[in-house]
Design a protein around this ligand. Structure first.
Ligand SMILES: [Cu+2]
Length: 116
């Protein structure tokens, strides 16, 4: 009986930790995209062959979408949309450093990925 109570107590603690997860500074490789296209611009660029990923991202943002960061298939929201490098590296593969909290990143640094 005691062990069951202890188990319940631990589960509660873990759940509490998960929801209060502190922001962690992380560097990830991924693509700067927009909330309209998400992980792929293929749908839009198919209809506009003159558009590349960068042009698409910028056009989407101009149309009201937000910059997002796509890494390993996951789409992160970006808290500071006015970060200067976002427009510069839009559509490109980058190393992005920022504070990650859940699904949201506060971007501190964007570096072009030289490998690509
Ligand atoms: Cu787009």
């Amino acid at each position: 009986m005691k062990s069951i109570l202890r188990g319940l107590c631990c589960a509660g603690l873990l759940a509490g930790f998960a929801s209060l997860a502190p922001a962690a500074t992380m560097t990830m490789t991924g693509m700067i995209s927009d909330s309209m296209c998400g992980a792929s611009h293929a749908k839009m660029t198919a209809g506009h062959p003159d558009m590349n990923d960068k042009a698409c991202t910028l056009a989407c943002v101009k149309a009201g979408a937000k910059y997002v960061f796509v890494s390993a298939g996951k789409v992160y929201q970006i808290a500071n949309q006015n970060q200067g490098d976002l427009a510069k590296e839009a559509g490109g593969t980058v190393s992005l450093t920022g504070d990650v909290s859940g699904e949201t990143i506060t971007v501190s640094k964007v570096m072009m990925d030289k490998k690509k």
